[in-house]
Write a protein that binds this ligand. Structure first.
Ligand code: GLA
Length: 670
């Protein structure tokens, strides 16, 4: 899809981001309304939808859909609980036929939709379709929507064997949402066929307050995209809506992006963990015909899926959020609690809570099962982990009287000197970086013969500077070891993975931590363009951060020459809010300067703020800039700072159209 058409599509989706953010926490009276009585989605629906993988592109066609259905069976997805194979927008022709019926696109679906539904059914799976509660669907090609055609469309779908309807919100002609969605509910019911009804209203009219007896799920936010910022912001909008979810009626924070390539596997594990603890529908949104083994492992993790699918049907509640370190707890049938320890920050962090805080009764010990490493330990009551940046440790905590049979939970992590809280772990080639490994016994029993190992990439020097083992690690005690770590001279800048492992008895137990170290190089001396300089990390709201062009929102390199007002710039950074780009300065730079503003590409829309941070101190702030504000000059003193962060926020109104330029941005170093 072109940048222009995507802009239009997002324009329609801006509002829910705003409205969803102010969700009430209290259990409202409306929650007591009867739930939709179609007997479906007693646990959150699971399946596939092509949209995140293909959008409206030609590869969305019969052979793709059949291929996915085959894989559901052959790759264990059906066995893991995935059931629905769903088609999104663009399956129809732009015009109804002379009788007013929807017509399947004969190029994509030469045998019609019923043939595809039959094929999906022949695999023991269920089949879903898409429409919009408006005159047209959302894609800019404008396929016919269901408004005013509810009865006929529902009847046609039922005749094709449709088991699931996703009903979107575009081109709704200003008709009341409840009225539009209720009309389709009644039309579906009138067909006599059980059809799972998924409302895609983006949270605009707070459907959680009125849709319990209308649909089986309702989108709570605007569209997800395949990047960290999008996933995080949707999590934050959805997590507070826990009181409204339950069997047959779920909050839907949108489909999964796992496997689409815009996030790391650690981030995808967070995405999948968070969606599961929020009892969200799990609709795979990547083309699993091309999935990596890591993607398949995430999507088929049965222990994580069991959290999502627990029959009690409670959405996890956030019990704490300390500056981006989140604890979410979900009661499970049988009395266990699922607990997610989620680290939103860019630095490793210890996140901990207690059995009492997550709602378990008083006991001498508890079992703690890690649902990603598949190991069980005992704890005296502390539930904690050192969680990597953007990572989630997902646990199942049980009040199990057999807890003494398990080894004590030992929490392995690291500590290192930071320029500011949240800074990444840094090392310069050829220079020794100091860090400590720490192993803490959270169990009720002793850990014995505890030994810690730090394994670095080939060629790195790793030197312990204090004891690496202890014969006994009593409950609550720690083994702390100092290390000097040196990447060899000439190591290429980038992020490297190191392994920390504590081995202990009983039962030859291990506890692991994966440490990411950013190898950094000094910036070139003198004045250099930030669009050319090496960064440590670059997060962006849509698509990647672009060097020396604007941000085109989708793939790398799809921007244009930067332009703010009538002035063009050959150099700089093209970003999309929310964005953070981080550079290593190593105390050798003095200043940064840039012209900042919204790129003309945003067509007169959007609003953003630019901030410059030096070691966790804000040293410049543009205030909110809108289209028409023109370029604003920002300069900041960086003397002595180790790290520079360029931050663009959404200006307080959601990130639609927020194409922001750090135009002509330059760094001066000695
Ligand atoms: C809207 C929806 C998306 C997708 C597209 C299709 O943006 O929110 O999930 O269905 O329409 O055009």
């Amino acid at each position: 899809m072109s940048v222009r058409s995507r802009l239009t599509a997002i324009g329609l989706l801006a509002l829910p981001l705003l409205l969803g953010a102010t969700a009430p926490l209290a259990h409202p009276a409306t929650v007591a309304a009867p739930a939709l009585d179609n007997g479906l989605a007693k646990t959150p629906q699971m399946g596939f939808n092509n949209w995140n993988a293909t959008h409206c592109r030609a590869e969305f066609n019969e052979s793709m859909v059949k291929g996915i259905a085959d894989l559901f069976v052959n790759k264990g997805l059906k066995a893991a609980g995935y059931q629905y194979v769903n088609l999104d927008d663009c399956w129809a022709l732009p015009q109804r036929d002379s009788a007013g019926n929807l017509v399947p696109d004969p190029v994509r679906f030469p045998n019609g939709i019923k043939a595809v539904a039959d094929y999906v059914h022949s695999k023991g799976l269920k089949f879903g379709l898409y429409s919009s509660a408006g005159s047209k669907t959302c894609d800019t090609n404008g396929f016919p929507g269901g408004l005013g055609h509810e009865k006929a469309d529902a009847k046609l779908w039922a005749s094709w064997g449709v088991d699931y309807l996703k009903y979107d919100n575009c081109n709704n002609e200003g008709v009341d949402a409840k009225q539009r969605y209720t009309a389709m509910r009644d039309a579906l019911a009138a067909t006599g066929r059980p059809i799972l009804y998924s409302l895609c209203e983006w949270g605009e009219n707070k459907p959680w307050t009125w849709a319990k007896d209308v649909g089986n799920s309702w989108r709570t936010t605007g569209d997800i995209s395949d990047n960290w910022g999008s996933m995080l912001s949707i999590f934050k909008q959805n997590v507070g809506l826990a009181p409204y979810a339950g069997p047959g009626h779920w909050n839907d924070p949108d489909m999964l992006e796992v496997g689409n390539g815009g996030m790391t596997d650690t981030e995808y594990r967070s995405h999948f963990s968070l969606w599961s603890i929020m009892a969200a529908p799990l609709l795979i949104g990547s083309d699993i015909r091309k999935a990596t083994s890591a993607t398949m492992e995430i999507l088929t993790n049965k222990e994580v899926i069991a959290v999502d699918q627990d029959r009690l049907g409670a959405q996890g509640q956030e019990i704490s959020n300390a500056s981006g370190l989140h604890v979410i707890s979900k009661p499970l049938s049988g009395g266990d609690r699922a607990v997610a320890l989620f680290n939103e920050t860019a630095a490793p962090a210890t996140i901990s809570t207690t059995a009492a805080k997550v709602g378990l009764p008083q006991a001498g010990g508890y079992t703690v099962r890690d649902l990603w490493t598949h190991t069980t330990r005992e704890t005296a009551g502390t539930i904690g982990a050192v969680v990597p940046p953007h990572g989630t440790v997902l646990l199942r905590v049980g009040n199990d009287r057999n807890w003494p049979q398990y080894p004590p939970a030992v929490r392995t992590g690291i500590e290192f000197p930071v320029a500011y809280p949240g800074a990444p772990v840094l090392a310069e080639p050829g220079k020794a970086a100091k860090l400590s490994t720490v192993a803490v016994n959270d169990g009720a029993a002793n850990a014995t013969n505890a030994r810690v190992q730090l394994t670095a990439p080939q060629g790195w020097t790793v030197q312990p500077q204090s004891a690496t083992s202890t014969p006994k690690l009593a409950p609550g005690k720690e083994l702390r070891t100092q290390w000097a770590l040196t990447p060899p001279a000439g190591t290429k800048p980038g992020t490297y993975s190191l392994a920390v492992r504590t081995s202990y008895q009983p039962q030859s137990s291990t506890s692991d931590y994966q440490l990411a170290v950013a190898v950094v190089a000094p910036q070139p001396g003198g004045t250099s363009g930030l669009g050319d300089d090496q960064w440590i990390s670059a997060d962006n709201g849509w698509g990647p951060v672009e060097r020396n062009t604007s941000n085109g929102e989708q793939g790398a390199g799809d921007g244009h020459p930067m332009k703010i007002g009538s002035v063009s710039y050959a150099k700089g950074l093209g970003v999309h809010a929310p964005s953070t780009v981080e550079y290593y300065l190593g105390g050798r730079c003095t200043s940064v300067r840039s012209t900042v503003g919204l790129d003309e590409e945003a067509n007169g829309n959007g609003s953003v703020s630019f901030e410059v941070w030096a070691d966790g101190r804000k040293v410049a702030d543009s205030g909110v800039l809108r289209a028409g504000s023109g370029g604003k000059a920002l300069t900041a003193d960086l003397t002595g700072a180790s790290l520079l962060r360029l931050v663009v926020t959404d200006g307080g109104d959601g990130n639609t159209y927020d194409h922001a330029d750090w135009a002509g941005a330059e760094l001066t170093c000695s």
